[in-house]
Design a protein around this ligand. Structure first.
Ligand code: MG
Length: 378
């Protein structure tokens, strides 16, 4: 029976959920919604009324009651609050029987998961040097932003600069390694079409979020041989159905935004019906990453895993700051090896989390503007 539900805001911009049962089993989940910690935290606290006293093994029923019983549904705040609770309940379920979550999901279909690292930051520069460093560290794939803010109809020079940066990385990493290019929802469909045409000769692994979520119904009009990836701002399987019918090749649900492990395994199965692969979004903390990996170990159409260990922009807190044993999260030739520890399989450093919650920074999503002063997508 669930006895206690707690939340912890921690640097750099994450929210952890801790659920404890009446007999002392503790599960951790991650409900990070960067820049929106307060509303997610409030909703988890509200859900505690439904959770306390409930049977923690009824994960599916608790998922339904939290997402449906409030009458209003959907969106990132609810998706993230539910995700944090759902992960914690799966963690408890695994710990209760001494098995890793991937064994509860049907067992392992792979022994290790390929991961990729970010290079270049929000406004990419010096990407070739950064790619070289990642290759030297054993990575086999990198991802970069195509550009900073993009004009609605980009000039030839804007498109050419994107091409030059991606070409520099391709020259550095060679043909045996992969590069993914994230447009971060900064492009209009017209701009995305021009950029995709320019990048085709460089064979990116995929182009990510070519348009912002409200324009995803236009994805079917994008003509390119490069696989299209999207999904970090989609929050349930119904939203993924739309992009899959639009021809997306790689779906990127975020385990901390899209209803947790329970919903993401349904999204993965839905993608499988379309012959699409899953590459979960995760520039987040260790619990979200562990949840991604548990799903990946048990999911046949899992492609590759994003992660942000050691990333340059996390200056106030880091993925490994909150785990008591960093060994499971070590990279081995660009992969993370499968774990057999129970639950999510990582040990949270509870005292570090409680301490971090006392002075968590209030991370604010950057506000960008075009040269004429108008709003620009970040
Ligand atoms: Mg992205």
């Amino acid at each position: 029976m669930i006895q206690r539900v707690e939340t912890f805001a921690v640097a750099p911009r994450w929210l952890f959920v801790r659920i404890e049962t009446h007999d002392g089993v503790v599960g951790w989940g991650e409900a990070s919604l960067e820049g929106n910690t307060a509303p997610v935290r409030a909703l988890v606290t509200q859900y505690a009324d439904l959770l306390i006293g409930a049977d923690e093994t009824r994960i599916a029923d608790l998922w339904l009651t939290t997402t449906r019983a409030g009458f209003y549904r959907g969106g990132p705040v609810m998706g993230s609050a539910v995700a944090g609770i759902d992960q914690a309940l799966w963690d408890i379920a695994g710990k209760r029987v001494g098995l890793p979550v991937h064994r509860l999901l049907g067992g392992a279909v792979r022994d290790r998961i390929r991961v990729y690292s970010w290079i270049g930051g929000d406004a990419p520069s010096h990407v070739a040097e950064a790619a070289e460093a990642q290759m030297a560290a054993g990575m086999t794939a990198v991802k970069m932003n195509a550009s900073a803010q993009l004009s609605p109809l980009p000039s030839r020079s804007e498109v050419s600069q994107i091409h030059q940066r991606v070409a520099a990385v391709r020259r550095t990493i060679g043909e045996d390694h992969d590069i993914a290019v994230d447009l971060h929802g900064r492009a209009t469909i017209m701009a995305a079409q021009q950029i995709a045409a320019a990048l085709e000769e460089l064979n990116p692994m995929f182009i990510e979020e070519p348009v912002e979520p409200h324009h995803q119904f236009r994805l079917a009009d994008l003509r390119t041989t490069i696989p299209i990836a999207t999904g970090e701002r989609l929050y349930n399987k119904e939203e993924f159905l739309g992009v899959l019918t639009g021809g997306v090749g790689v779906v990127q649900p975020d385990l901390a935004h899209a209803g947790g492990i329970s919903e993401v395994i349904r999204i993965a199965a839905l993608a499988d019906c379309f012959g699409a692969a899953v590459a979960p979004h995760c520039p987040l903390g260790p619990i979200a990453l562990a949840a991604c990996l548990q799903v990946g170990f048990a999911t046949s159409n899992h492609l590759i895993q994003e992660q942000s260990i050691g990333i340059h922009y996390n200056t106030t807190g880091e993925v490994l700051d909150y785990v008591a044993d960093t060994a499971p999260l070590q990279f081995v030739r660009g992969h993370i090896e499968r774990w057999e520890a129970p639950g999510l399989g990582i040990q949270i450093d509870e005292s570090a989390v409680r301490e971090a919650d006392r002075h968590a920074p209030n991370w604010i999503t950057p506000l960008w503007r075009h040269a004429d002063g108008s709003f620009a997508e970040w």
